[in-house]
Ligand binder design. Structure first.
Ligand code: NAP
Length: 337
């Protein structure tokens, strides 16, 4: 595998310079089946070595354990790592399926202190509102987040799963460095309003699940193949008839991968980078992996260029996908458009 140093990009106007691909750390603690912690830690180090500097976690991943897991790595490399975390999704270990979305200022003030404590740092580089609760005025939530910047607890602000209109409203209260939402060959609803608004405002876009939660890599064909505690077992796109339809949609990725001597994952990542060019905005996708071999594979994809013919082959894929991105789309930006 070629050892490669990633190019860099500015995370929002005046924001920090980061490697053009980050690392999603969520799967290291929850959602995607059992983890080898030693290999996951080695993957964090290997990522930094290859020029990945944006590391993504959230307070809800593993009920805080993901922040605790990456904390020592962040502290050991404090001057090089840009650590991003998120608040808003309140969960309880007593009832893991329960979710409440909290955007009120009092909650934000307590959430940030808890994240700082778990990460063991004085300041969070990028603090996202993970989900929007429309019952709380956006200006109130972003105002509270801006106070955290003034208090020195947070350096830059981000939002996740907001519409273009919401991004504009928030950006008028305080500059937003990054918008993180799902964006991949399989999930393109953000191109309707969020992506154009980010491009217009100079907000960087951080596509999450750019590998379609692993499905786009061909690593599994049906959620039923995954381990008991893997949340993708019941994901609408990976179960039953939908999984069969969606599996067939991988054919063009396979065809391109074979012709170019690359992997499906690399085709999927190259697509996100080039799609962002069409929209004229900075993207820093955060593919998640717990394995050094995949990290190297994904890093190499950042400089892969697909041809116009290859991009055209991938163009119709998203509109043919069966099943929604989430079982409950009301928590997403698409649910409020
Ligand atoms: N803001 C939000 O609401 C939100 C939602 C979801 C995720 N996120 C963030 O975005 C990050 C990335 O999204 P994601 O993890 O959901 O999905 P993803 O990056 O699309 O896919 C991750 C899955 O693909 C596998 N994988 C990675 N590279 C691979 C490769 N080269 N070949 C084969 N399989 C590969 C990983 O397995 P291994 O780990 O075993 O390699 C994992 O199961 C998360 O870690 C999290 O930080 C944010």
């Amino acid at each position: 595998m070629t050892h490669q140093i990633l190019p860099t990009a500015e995370l929002g106007t005046g924001g920090p310079l980061v490697g053009v691909q980050g690392l999603g750390c969520m799967g290291m603690s929850e959602f995607y089946g059992p983890t080898d912690s030693g290999e996951a830690l080695a993957t964090l180090d290997a990522a930094l070595e290859s020029g990945v500097t944006l590391f993504d976690t959230a307070d809800m991943y593993g009920f805080g354990r993901n922040e605790e897991f990456v904390g020592p790595f962040v502290r050991a490399n404090r001057d090089r790592v840009v650590i991003a975390t998120k608040f808003a999704i309140e969960r309880s270990e007593d009832d893991p399926t329960r979710r409440a979305v909290r955007n009120d200022p009092a909650y934000i003030r307590s959430a940030v202190d808890a994240s700082l404590r778990r990460l063991g740092v004085d300041e969070i580089d990028l603090y996202y509102m993970h989900r929007r609760n429309p019952a709380v005025p956006l200006a109130e939530s972003v105002g509270a987040m801006a106070e955290l910047v003034r208090a020195g607890k947070v350096r830059h602000l981000g939002l996740s799963e907001v519409t273009g209109a919401e991004l504009r409203e928030a950006h008028a209260v305080h500059p937003i460095a990054a918008l993180q939402s799902e964006w991949s060959v399989f999930a393109r609803d953000v191109e309707r309003s969020a992506v154009p608004a980010a491009a217009e405002l100079g907000v960087a876009f951080v596509p999450y699940s750019p590998l379609g939660r692993g499905f786009l890599t061909g690593a599994f064909q049906d959620g039923a193949q995954l381990s008991e505690n893997d949340f993708r077992r019941t994901h609408p796109r990976f179960s039953g008839d939908n999984a069969a339809v969606n599996g067939g949609l991988l054919d063009p990725l396979r065809e391109i991968a074979q012709a170019r001597g690359v992997t499906l994952a690399q085709v999927a990542l190259a697509w996100v980078h080039q799609r962002a060019e069409v929209h004229g905005l900075t993207v820093v996708p955060i593919p998640g992996t717990r394995k050094r071999s995949r990290l190297a594979e994904n890093t190499a994809a950042a400089t892969l260029r697909l041809t116009a013919e290859e991009l055209a082959l991938l163009e119709p894929v998203a509109e043919r996908v069966a099943g929604p991105r989430y079982a409950d789309m009301s928590f997403t930006s698409a649910g409020r458009e």
